[in-house]
Design a binder for this molecule. Sequence first.
Ligand SMILES: [Zn+2]
Length: 135
Amino acid sequence: MCIPRRTGRAFVWAGTVSLNHVSDADAEPPLLADVYPALVSFLTAALVSEGEPTLARAVAGLRFHGWCECGPACTYLRTAPVGCADGNWVHIDDEVPRVWLQSGRDQTSFVGMEICEFDLGPAPALDPDRPAGPA
Ligand SMILES: [Zn+2]
C-alpha cells in the first residue's frame, strides 16, 4: 500500500505560505552598484580603458559586504566574505592614488578595495556604517 492518499487537507497549507519568509540575515548583500553607483561606473570605465573588460564586468556584479572594521579611519571596502583575498592589487591612479582593487584567489573578481582618493558622494541609506575617511 504505497500509494499516497491525497486528501483535501494536504493542500491547505499552500494558501498560508508567506513569500516574505526570508529574513534579512539570509538575504544577499546589496549590489555595490546600488550602494555607490559613481564608484562602480568609475571603476568600470577605468578597467575598460586598461584593457580589462572581463574585470570591468566583474565589478558591475560585486556586492557590498561592508567596510573593514580595523579602525574608524580605514577605507577598505569589502566586496566578498572575509578570507577570500589573495595578495594581488590593481592600482587605479591618476596623479594621486585613487582606488586600489584587491583580487580574489580565483583572479576573476575582487574581494575588496581601498578607497584612497575618490568622492563616494553622500552616504546612502544602504550604508549607515560608512567610515569618516578622507573621501
Ligand atoms: Zn581596515
